[in-house]
Design a protein around this ligand. Structure first.
Ligand SMILES: *Cc1c(COP(=O)(O)O)cnc(C)c1O
Length: 409
């Protein structure tokens, strides 16, 4: 028989979100009367902008006509969309040839693993979006081996806690390491300043590292002084890939559309442009994003589309404020809870001192019928934290806040 890929046998437990879904199902089965509200998974809830939806619908109907039909498109994406993204988000920082359209940021992060293979060293913010670590373990990057209580062997965890203002100590990273960095961060909400990102870029350049910069929440940044792209930092085109998505700003979580920027100046040790191999990955292992979704992406980037996206993001940010206010209530103060919400991302990150994340998760589910995300699922330094997501209908958020305001331990 064929032996199992050790990458999979090394993976511990389930992926975080299926485990949350399992506990929710179990609770619902034994408490059929409970009206469960989810502040758990970072899934969008608000309807698409009519303008963007109409563009997709028109395009789709066009596909049923001889003149509107198209089959496979360019694997790297529709040229007009690549140009539009370069123009709207990366003026003077990246051109269309460096922008690759995809079916989403998570999918690109998975494909990035094939780009670097198993010999690359890996460093991640701790806590972090689970795909960076789990994806690395699957391909046995860094010789990733089984996890003990403090994470996977082979991966350099960079604790991001209230003690370092959620920005890691970079000196732990070895030369030639692939550094996954997400800002605004999921789950902590921390958004790196220009100075912090400059530190990161300077470190990567000096130590010949490559940064995989996940900017999936760039659209939530409201503070004008905070960088929305890593390419705002001089030198970043020589050391960073930026992964991005329409999922969170446009509600495209189900539509599926993202992009990655791979600058021409980013090179491997032998001088090969990373862009060349990424082009190969996208043409060989991917066959282009849906042309319907790309029509939506184009509409999202015109004047009306950009306005609609800003409104949608504002709605979620308002939810976040309500959750933060609730977590600052007397009942939470008594528990010593500290809630972190920057107003530049969709998550409220709350510390429950001396408690285990999964225990607090279960208690909130039992008492309030609210699903959250246990911080420990994002890495060892997430222990004792709970992530509250601001993706939800306003009425649900208000109801969840009402229930949380009588929570106790
Ligand atoms: C939601 C999310 C993604 C996934 O984006 P898709 O484009 O939907 O695949 C990527 N990175 C982070 C940090 C996310 O929270």
């Amino acid at each position: 028989m064929i032996t199992r890929n050790t990458g999979f046998s090394n993976l511990t437990a389930g992926y975080l979100f299926p485990e949350i879904a399992r506990r929710r199902r179990e609770y619902a089965a034994s408490h059929p009367e409970a009206k469960i509200i989810s502040l758990g998974i970072g899934n969008t809830t608000e309807p698409l902008s009519k303008h963007i939806a109409k563009a997709m619908s028109d395009y789709c109907l066009g596909l049923a006509t001889p003149e509107g039909y198209s089959g496979y498109g360019d694997e790297q994406g529709n040229t007009a969309l690549r140009e539009k993204i370069a123009d709207v988000f990366y003026k003077g920082m990246a051109d269309a040839g460096e922008v690759f359209i995809s079916d989403g940021a998570k999918c690109d992060i998975a494909r990035i693993q094939t780009l670097f293979g198993k010999n690359v060293k890996v460093a991640v913010q701790d806590p972090a979006y689970p795909v960076y670590v789990d994806g690395s373990v699957v391909v046995s990057a860094a010789g990733c081996a089984k996890a003990d209580g403090s994470g996977y062997e082979g991966i350099t965890y960079l604790p991001c806690t209230e003690d370092n203002d959620f920005f890691p100590d970079l000196s732990k990273i070895e030369k030639n390491t692939l550094i996954y960095f997400c800002s605004p961060n999921n789950p902590t909400g921390a958004t790196a300043t220009k100075e912090q990102l400059k530190k990161l870029v300077d470190f990567a350049l000096a130590n010949e590292c490559i940064i995989i910069y996940d900017a999936a929440y760039f659209a939530f940044i409201r503070d004008k002084n905070l960088p929305k792209s890593i390419y705002e930092i001089p030198g970043a085109i020589k050391c960073a890939i930026e992964v991005n998505s329409f999922s969170k700003p446009a509600g495209f979580t189900g539509v599926r559309l993202g992009w990655s920027v791979v600058p021409n100046e980013l090179k491997f040790a032998d001088g090969t442009p990373v862009n060349k191999d990424w082009n190969r990955v996208m043409t060989t292992l991917f066959n282009g994003a849906s042309n319907i979704a790309q029509a939506g992406g184009l509409a999202a980037l015109d004047e009306q589309g950009l306005k609609d996206m800003t409104e949608q993001v504002d709605y979620y940010l308002e939810n976040g404020k309500l959750i933060k206010k609730t977590l600052e209530g007397e009942n939470f103060k008594k528990l010593g809870v500290q809630a972190y919400f920057t107003g530049n991302g969709p998550y409220v990150w709350a510390k429950f001192p001396e408690k285990k994340s999964w225990d607090v998760f279960d208690e909130i589910l039992n008492q309030c019928h609210v699903v959250t995300t246990p911080g420990s699922g994002f890495g060892p330094s997430g222990e004792s934290f709970i992530r509250f997501s601001s993706f939800g209908h306003r009425a649900d958020i208000e109801e969840a806040c009402k229930r949380l305001s009588s929570f106790s331990l």
